[in-house]
Design a protein around this ligand. Structure first.
Ligand code: ADP
Ligand code: MG
Length: 702
């Protein structure tokens, strides 16, 4: 088996003939004769308990140690890999809590031109003085920067080179670099992996299905660790990425199948309320709104339970689609609930709903965590539409007959929270809404179990939004501009990245700025809104802003999602470079909601190309999907999706999320498996443990 692995025949994998001497991949690390108890404990700390687990701890990168970078003569944008000799090393103490260890490294081949030395610095890592000293030959890896005219690398990754034999796995080849395992040196980790690749029985290193027919899995594993060239390693990693994404899609497809297992309700036969609602609206719905309502109605009327995502940029009119759908639901006699991620949003939805639906005789109730205020004038249990925050999750008694569920800003909730709300009803129809445009390539991963409706049309009565980037803003110009619009009766948002002054971040805070704007903008009134205020204070401020009593609102990002004040047409974002692209787009969505021309002004004193490119993307486009694609390109999928996305945060191969072919391949495989064996109790029973549904359900019961 190993012998047939031709790609590796030239490297150091020897052919082992007697398979009985090989170790099963499922063996526990404790069973090994070559790991120390300390090493075993270190691996277990990061969740590696078998040989197979350990082998799947793939390198985070490779280093080509056949050829090193030249010692740089100026700062570098990317990390460089240098080989040289430590000629001087010393500890420095700046204060009782702050020390540095510095090592000066001389170019091994004695550079005649330009620099031949570089200084490496590590802060607050005193133990380094015991590891690294003059005379050591080292390889260092890191970004070079200028520190007071000296070229330095701070906290480089490094490895000490010993006398290496010709067969060394540490030099003169492409070398794997692993994510640090605390307590195990990089070199030792490499040796362990190399040993395991020899000793583990390839036949025992299996995945329940073959995702890459024609390629040998163990050969791929070896290439992923010790490749002959980097393309080979990437190709091999792709297999394991495909396996991981398959497992993810299997869960998605499984969830989708389970949702449809039980017949749902048939709703939406009666349309009296919907017609009355349409007649009461002072505007026509957009084509996209009508199309989405039609799609939703078809789902509701079908006995198959609805599981649909409504995706649309801020201001595209999702709330009205949700209202229409909820009216259809309650006209059939059941209750409908809407869950929003913040109290401000829940309250705002409540006010909007009340404005439009109370005249139609609909009974509404609001439930948020802080205020136990229930229905206004209506008995508990009597409400037809219940709006709230997470508080809804813990209040089953409010829902004698929940038939329709809307979840706003879906990405703020986890799968289990969604499941929990749904569990209050008997197979309710579910509509989830999001204003965070996800790059199309990622929809499958995040929302793969949902049908999708898209609001890709802005309501016609909208004023234009003009976005401008200002690099050296004059405060007097901004003030004059603001005052002009405030005098015309408009309102403005002044956004800041921080609440309070910070020692570490050089940026004006909202609280600081508030005092100044109050003076500058007189006689117009200025308000302050941030996350550290109590819910009551926040609500009062928002109320006053909505009512037009506050003209300019100095705020942090608490206004980010869903806040709707059509009269506000100016947004000035200070230190814009500190915000994420998606967040800036969300913020900008607060303006351009009324008929007035709106202005979003991005202020920055940053000069870095990355920051400027990011901000320019907003000037160039108002399409959330386009912006999301740029964000994905600039930051990579791990950071774009980041937190909370269940199943995404822990992906080992998140970098492959940007590869749509791989995603589609994984989905097709999962579809195929579930089609063949819908409950994974027949030929694919081995895949059943890969379904994490039980886990989610348990969480939900807790
Ligand atoms: P979203 O929830 O997608 O951010 P909303 O449903 O809150 O958007 O709508 C944003 C604003 O646009 C609201 O002020 C709403 O009254 C208005 N609006 C919604 N649909 C239309 C339409 N078809 N024509 C005109 N205005 C609309
Ligand atoms: Mg909304």
């Amino acid at each position: 088996m190993i012998g047939k692995c031709h790609a590796l025949s030239s490297c150091c994998f020897h052919t082992i003939v007697d398979a009985s001497l090989l170790l099963p991949a499922g063996n526990l690390l404790e069973q090994s004769s070559f790991l120390t108890p300390k090493e075993i404990a270190a691996f277990k700390t990061i969740g590696l308990s078998t040989y197979g687990d350990l082998l799947m701890h793939l390198p985070k990168r490779h280093e080509d140690r056949r050829q090193f970078d030249a010692f740089p003569v100026m700062p570098t944008a990317h990390a460089v890999c240098l080989r040289g000799m430590v000629i001087d090393a010393r500890s420095m103490r700046f204060s009782s809590s702050y020390a540095a260890y510095e090592a000066i490294i001389l170019n091994g081949s004695g550079g005649v031109f330009g620099s031949n030395k570089i200084t490496c610095r590590w802060f607050n890592m005193p133990f380094l003085s015991k590891m690294l000293a003059a005379g050591h030959e080292v390889i260092v890896y890191g970004k070079v920067k200028d520190f007071k005219g000296k070229l330095v690398i701070d906290h480089p990754e490094f490895e000490i080179i010993r006398d290496e034999g010709a067969e060394s796995i540490h030099v003169d080849r492409i070398v794997p670099i692993y994510k640090n395992v605390s307590g195990i040196a990089q070199r030792r980790l490499r040796e362990i992996q190399h040993l395991l690749l020899h000793r583990v029985n390839p036949a025992s290193f299996a995945f329940p299905i073959d995702v890459s027919p024609g390629r040998d899995r163990f050969a791929d594993l070896r290439l992923a660790h010790f490749p002959e060239d980097l393309a080979e390693a990437q190709q091999a990693r792709r297999r394991f990425a495909l396996e991981e994404f398959f497992a993810l899609q299997l869960n998605v497809v499984w969830r989708r199948a389970r949702h449809f297992d039980v017949a749902g309700r048939v709703l939406g036969r009666k349309t009296t309320l919907l017609k009355a609602f349409y007649e009461s609206l002072p505007f026509d719905l957009t084509g996209a709104q009508k199309r989405s309502i039609k799609e939703i109605l078809a789902d509701m009327r079908s006995p198959r339970p609805m599981n649909r995502l409504l995706q649309g940029d801020v201001g595209s009119g999702k709330t009205f689609v949700a209202m229409a759908a909820m009216l259809l639901a309650i006209d059939s006699g059941c209750q409908a609930a809407l869950m929003a991620p913040t109290q401000i949003l829940a309250e705002q939805h409540y006010l909007t709903f009340r404005k439009w639906l109370a005249p139609l005789g609909v009974r509404l109730s609001l439930r948020t965590g802080n205020r136990e205020e229930q229905s206004h004038a209506h008995e508990e249990g009597d409400a037809q539409i219940i709006i709230g925050t997470h508080a809804l999750l813990y209040d089953a008694s409010a829902f004698p007959d929940l038939g329709f569920v809307v979840i706003d800003e879906q990405h703020k909730f986890g799968v289990s929270q969604r499941a929990r709300l749904i569990s209050h009803g008997v197979k309710p129809d579910v509509l989830v809404m999001t204003a965070t445009p996800i790059p199309r390539t990622l929809t499958l991963t995040l929302y793969g179990d949902l049908d999708v409706s898209v609001l890709d049309e802005r309501p016609a009565n909208r004023g234009k939004v003009i976005t401008a980037l200002r690099k050296d803003p004059k405060i007097t110009d901004i003030t004059a501009f603001l005052k002009q619009h405030l005098t015309e009766g408009r309102q403005a948002y002044l956004v800041y990245p921080l609440v309070e002054e910070s020692e570490t971040v050089k940026a004006e805070s909202a609280t600081e700025a508030f005092a100044k704007w109050q003076k500058r903008l007189k006689p117009h009134s200025t308000g302050l809104l941030h996350g550290k205020m109590s819910a009551e204070e926040k609500e009062q401020t928002m109320q006053a802003f909505r009512a037009g009593e506050i003209h300019a609102l100095v705020s942090t990002t608490v206004i980010e999602v869903g806040v709707d004040v059509p009269n506000a047409n100016i947004m000035i974002i200070h230190h814009a470079e500190r915000f994420g692209l998606a967040q800036l787009h969300q913020l900008r969505g607060r303006i351009g909601r009324g008929e007035h021309k709106s202005y979003c002004i991005l202020l920055t004193d940053s000069k870095t190309p990355e920051a400027l490119e990011k901000l320019q993307a907003l000037v160039d486009s108002h399409d959330g999907f386009v912006i999301a694609e740029v964000d994905l390109r600039l930051r990579g999928p791990g950071d774009v999706l980041g937190t909370a996305q269940s199943g995404i945060a822990d992906l080992k191969f998140a970098d492959f999320l940007a590869d749509p072919t791989l995603l589609r391949e994984a989905r097709a495989l999962a579809d195929e498996v579930i089609a063949r064996d819908p409950h994974l109790d027949q030929q694919h029973a081995a895949l059943r443990p890969w379904i994490s549904e039980e886990l989610a359900l348990r969480e939900q019961r807790d």
